[in-house]
Ligand binder design. Structure first.
Ligand code: PLP
Length: 435
């Protein structure tokens, strides 16, 4: 399997695509085609474990670049926690992606990426650059912590992540450095891109990115769509996924799964007020905007990086986009109401991101209510444990929530970060001088 940039038809292998992160032309790597799984795999799906599914799917993307034994070992390490589809109501399930070490879905992608990079770099020193709006950074830090030869630099927007998220970014020490940027997530993302494409830095160091732009983040995110089917197929209804979206990596991975043959009925791309994609589907025009701050802050993205990948999957055709994806944007007010409603009616606590996904399912049902019996099972991707957003959740639900021990441990540690203005040269000098 070759990997090609979304901008030019520059082809490379998976090892280079993962180690570089971003293509030389500034584009994102994509597999040259989406592999197909055979009918035997699908017939057997309900009998497979999450790890078996992960291995089969990953193998399609990685081919002969890694031995079966090495890949199995990596998959078993990455997926050492459950991803249950929890019933909220008759036709709504929450796919809980938050049972990993940092309690957010980004653990899945980050753990896989860290291990693949370590495998392919064969011990050569490397600097990993990651911009984060909250959860990416901690998952990346957790995934790479203590990996020899790899230094990780995490750029996060000052004052725009939750106190607990900040602790999860800044308390690692060792090979993990937290750069506190006095700007927005978009500024952090732009700085990361500048670092990764700077000639001088690239001459001095082996640099790579660890955002959702790395193809190694996307591949494992497709596993759990299959796993959800393995759990829910027995219900015998069409399955719709509502994906709370920011950079659209999670949704792109879902599109991979569908193209691999998984019969997903429909995707809902659910966003907060950062509504570039819903607007695009409505008008056909893509207009990047500055990001707006919301209570679902991991989705505060004004120019989603994976849009370029989705475009290439749909050959730039808006009508193809529309066939697969309905997209809706929701206010913080609506999100809070949804959290209250689900708590009250179903005794289930959603975090703000999952609540946006819940609203997406409601909106789809409403939009389809005129069609005859469009009865489907809606699966919302619950991307973070509610305790990760404890301030918002307690304020909205007017009740205390229990903080899992895994998270409490971070709170007890001391923050260490270096502050920076939004200025590339300053950050660059730091990288050069920092040992
Ligand atoms: C990153 C994140 C999202 C958005 O995922 P994308 O792949 O960037 O669209 C949603 N929810 C949470 C909790 C996240 O951390």
């Amino acid at each position: 399997m070759k990997y090609i940039s979304t901008r030019q038809q520059q082809a490379t292998n998976i090892k280079t695509a993962i180690l570089k992160g971003l293509a030389d032309d500034g584009g994102l790597f994509m597999p040259e085609y989406i592999p197909q799984l055979d009918s035997e795999f699908f017939e057997n799906l309900p009998n497979l474990t999450l790890q078996e599914i992960g291995f089969r799917v990953a193998k399609e993307f990685l081919g002969e670049s890694i031995s079966d034994d090495n890949l199995k070992e990596i998959i078993d390490e990455v997926l050492n926690f459950d991803i249950p589809a929890v019933r909220i109501s008759e036709n709504i399930y929450s796919l809980e992606l938050f049972h990993g070490p940092t309690m957010a879905f980004k653990d899945v992608g980050a753990r896989f990426m860290a291990r693949m990079m370590s495998y392919f770099s064969e011990g050569k020193p490397m600097k990993v650059i990651a911009a984060t709006s909250g959860d990416t950074g901690s998952a990346v830090a957790s995934g790479f912590f203590g990996v020899p030869g790899i230094e990780v630099y995490i750029l996060y927007p000052k004052g725009k992540v939750s106190p607990l998220q900040e602790k999860q970014l800044t308390t690692w020490g060792g090979n993990i450095k937290a750069l506190e940027i006095d700007g927005t997530f978009d500024d952090c993302q732009a700085l990361a891109k500048q670092i990764l494409s700077d000639d001088e830095l690239n001459q001095k160091f082996t640099l790579t990115s660890a955002n959702s732009i790395n193809i190694a983040r996307l591949i494992p995110q497709s596993f759990y769509y299959f796993w959800a089917f393995a759990q829910l197929q027995k219900l015998g209804k069409p399955i719709v996924f509502s994906v709370p979206s920011g950079n659209f990596g999670n949704l792109t991975a879902g599109l991979f799964a569908k193209k691999m043959g998984l019969p997903i009925h429909q995707f809902v791309a659910s966003t907060n007020e950062n509504d570039v994609v819903p607007k695009f589907l409505e008008t056909g025009n893509y207009e990047a905007k500055p990001s707006k701050q919301t209570i679902s802050n991991a989705m505060d993205v004004g120019n989603p990086s994976n849009f370029e990948r989705m475009k290439s999957l749909f050959n730039n055709d808006v009508s193809e986009f529309k066939k697969e994806i309905e997209s809706y944007s929701f206010s913080d007010e609506a999100t809070k109401k949804a959290m209250q409603e689900v708590r009250k009616d179903f005794n289930y606590t959603l975090d703000p991101h999952g609540a946006v996904a819940y609203l997406g399912l409601q909106a789809l049902r409403q939009a389809q209510s005129d069609k005859i019996n469009e009865d489907f099972v809606g699966v919302l991707l619950e991307t973070a444990h509610p305790a990760k957003f404890v301030e918002v959740v307690e304020d909205v639900l007017k009740e205390k929530i229990v903080i899992p021990e895994k998270l409490e441990a971070f709170n007890k540690k001391e923050k260490k970060s270096v502050e920076f203005p939004v200025d590339f040269e300053t950050v660059k000098n730091y990288l050069i001088e920092e040992k």
